[in-house]
Design a protein around this ligand. Structure first.
Ligand SMILES: [Fe+2]
Length: 330
């Protein structure tokens, strides 16, 4: 027998897209013996926060409560699921299989030039679920590969990973992925000398003066940590000639922010590239935070900053402080 490129684990769930989730799930229960699990509404990205554009009825397969079928209905005209339905008709949208090592599976598929819906593995920070989708070009439906972690509850779909899929589906209905609105980097000019900026950035004890990281302190072992509601997070600062980098690691996920420095007419140009692999939404908020940080940095270094600009930056930092303090991870 031929050894396949990608030996799959067990079938985990599959998803239908239909015009009427209630009618479709009723048929499966009454006629075919599927069991009811739950109803779930999701914001997959086409409606404002607090609203829903996707309805899921989650059923389990007859006689097998560990495997689910998800019946999806787009709730608005603009929903990607409604558009997909219009373009392709009702039926199976994707089938999900478990794999042991998603990163390895992803590499194998990329090496074999098998089209995937995204250039990276999606990672849902809420559930820990990692997933990737093989494009439907060869099969007429998407094949989802997932790596389940202990926290990731079976059959639960979080807004994050559905939004990711929704985004990648756009090319299949003739709509391109919307251009990311998040900036690739934040750039600021500070009217001070480069060595002053570098020295100030290099000192973790200064972080509370210019960032949302208000609870930074030095541990007994000499290592810097940031105290958060869920526990301390180690913090590393590394300094190069023209770059100061801050690195956190939490739940085995590294996170790094670089401040690139170059001499400019005004004094120093500081460029902060958005970290790779974060969502557009996250990048937008991170950019907001960094813009405010640069204002506070300017002020902390003795530069003249307009009062209302400074005020706004402080308010933004106040909001971010609470958010940073309460969250797990970077
Ligand atoms: Fe799925």
């Amino acid at each position: 027998m031929m050894t396949p490129l990608l030996p799959l684990g067990r079938l985990d769930h599959y998803t239908l897209i239909v015009p009427d989730a209630a009618a479709c799930s009723r048929f499966h229960m009454e006629v075919l013996g599927f069991g009811w699990v739950r109803e779930q509404k999701v914001n997959a990205g086409s409606v404002p926060e607090g609203e829903y554009d996707m309805l899921n009825h989650v059923l389990h397969l007859p006689g097998d409560p560990s495997r689910t079928m998800v019946v999806t209905e787009g709730l608005t005209e603009d929903s990607i699921f409604r558009k997909y339905l219009d373009a392709h008709g009702p039926g199976i949208h994707h089938v999900a299989y478990a794999v042991d090592d998603l990163a390895e599976a992803f590499r194998k598929l990329e090496d074999a030039e098998i089209p995937l819906t995204s250039k990276r593995i999606a990672h849902d920070p809420m559930s820990g679920l990692r997933q990737a989708f093989i494009s439907r070009d060869k099969t007429g439906y998407f094949i989802e590969l997932i790596e389940r972690t202990e926290e990731a509850e079976e059959g639960i779909f979080k807004s994050g990973n559905m939004a990711e899929l929704a985004k990648s589906m756009k090319s299949y209905i003739g709509e391109e992925e919307p251009a990311a609105t998040a900036p690739a980097a934040v750039v600021g000019e500070l009217p001070v000398r480069l060595d002053e900026v570098r020295a100030f950035l290099s000192e973790p004890a200064n972080l509370p003066r210019w960032t949302a990281h208000q609870t930074v302190y030095r541990g007994d072992d000499g290592r810097w940590v940031e105290r958060r509601l869920a526990g301390d997070i180690p913090l590393d600062v590394s300094v190069e000639e023209r770059r100061v980098s801050f690195a956190w690691e939490f739940a085995e996920r590294p996170f790094q922010v670089h401040f690139d420095l170059e001499e400019s007419e005004a004094g120093v140009r500081v460029t902060v590239p958005m970290p790779a692999g974060i969502t557009t939404e996250r990048a937008t908020r991170t950019a907001d935070a960094i813009e405010s940080e640069l204002v506070l940095l300017s002020d902390a270094l003795g530069a003249k900053v307009e009062a209302d600009k400074l005020d706004r930056a402080r308010q933004t930092m106040g909001r971010f402080h609470l958010e940073v303090y309460s969250r797990k991870g970077a």
